[in-house]
Design a protein around this ligand. Structure first.
Ligand SMILES: [Zn+2]
Length: 95
């Protein structure tokens, strides 16, 4: 396995700054640095996008880039809501 690298930002779970590089591109071959934390195993982008970048991407580009549509289908909203509720019930005791 490759040598650990020092990340731009510490791990969001354990604050470790060392990780191993997994990839430098996303599924469309655009630059995206993906690392795995050497302490806890969290896989994440490094650096993480800022809040305003995430908001802009998910409100304007995400659905078009990953689903090929600009308005969600009803069945997808229903399925996503069920998934969100399942995750909430799983995580609620931990929060
Ligand atoms: Zn970690």
């Amino acid at each position: 396995m490759n040598e650990p690298v020092v990340c731009d930002q510490p791990c969001t779970l354990c604050d470790a700054t060392e990780a191993r590089l997994l990839s430098l591109t996303d599924r469309d071959n655009r630059f995206l640095c993906t690392v795995v934390c050497i302490r806890c195993g969290l896989i994440r982008s490094d650096p993480l996008p800022r809040e305003e970048q995430l908001r802009a991407f998910y409100s304007t580009k995400y659905r078009k880039e990953y689903k090929g549509i600009s308005v969600p289908k009803g069945k997808h909203l229903y399925s996503d809501a069920r998934t969100a509720m399942r995750r909430f019930r799983f995580l609620a005791p931990l929060l």
